[in-house]
Ligand binder design. Sequence first.
Ligand code: ASP
Length: 316
Amino acid sequence: MSVNEEAIAAPRSTTLRDVPPQNGFALALHGGAGGHIEELRHESKAAFEDGLAIAYRAGRAVLERGGTALDAVCATVEQLENHHLFNAGHGAALTVRGDVELDAAVMDGTGRAGAVAASRHAKNPVFVARSVMESTPHLFLVAPDEELVAGWGHETAGQDYFITEPRVRQLARMQGLLTPAPRHGTVGAVARDKHGTVASATSTGGMVKQEMGRVGDTPVIGAGTYARNGLAAVSCTGDGEAFIRGVVAYDIAARIRYLGMGLADAVEATIENELTSKNASGGLVSVDADGRVVVAHNSPTMFAAFEDASGLVMLT
Ligand code: ASP
């Protein structure tokens, strides 16, 4: 394990960025709190920034032309899923058997939500989550077959598309470790559109070397993904089991709703109470009803992009 990977296991004090509302719309994305993996060491900071910027621009363009927060977070996550550097879609982390099982969820502030776990056929699981929401009476689907995915009009892909060479080498290295393998990444986005609606989308390959069928927080509404108009939208990354136990995304919204807390205080309190004090690490991006953006993590680093008065800010 590299030094950075070892450090992942130990949460630190919270790093938090709090950006007041600016344009009438707002967007923030993350590319995971897992840090830089050994096998992608040769990739430059610029390559990561490029991936984050492409995704940010895709979502921002939707919001700028008056599109919905839901369209914006889906457009953002699609780009991150397509990018080989992030743990979602192409380039996702591998299971113990060396293949890819993907989880994703979407939710908008009106209360609509859709999720998919153990997705193996859709090039972009975020679109499958959205189709579950819009084209079925259900909320959560496990392992949808190729026919269903294609029937919704989504591009399908084989395991060859998802599995990249650095991930194969990463799994081989992890197979030799006795200690639990560190998790590595997840992508997500939150947005508030000009109409005042918020939305969240999250997508992941889960933990490196996870058991077949293991599902983390990402597609669990309220844990890794949550949105509610008048309160906030939240997308998480980190130790999935802890995020589920702490119902982290919803806990932030509940602090705003029932305790009247501001977004930054709610985020800080939830990270402290549900993660740091339980020795769990990770981070999240969030936006409140007014378009205030809070990006926070107790992991050493988190890939993220958001905008402040000076322009696009990228954390790598
Ligand atoms: N939260 C994800 C999971 O547990 C992994 C991650 O964000 O690093 O599946």
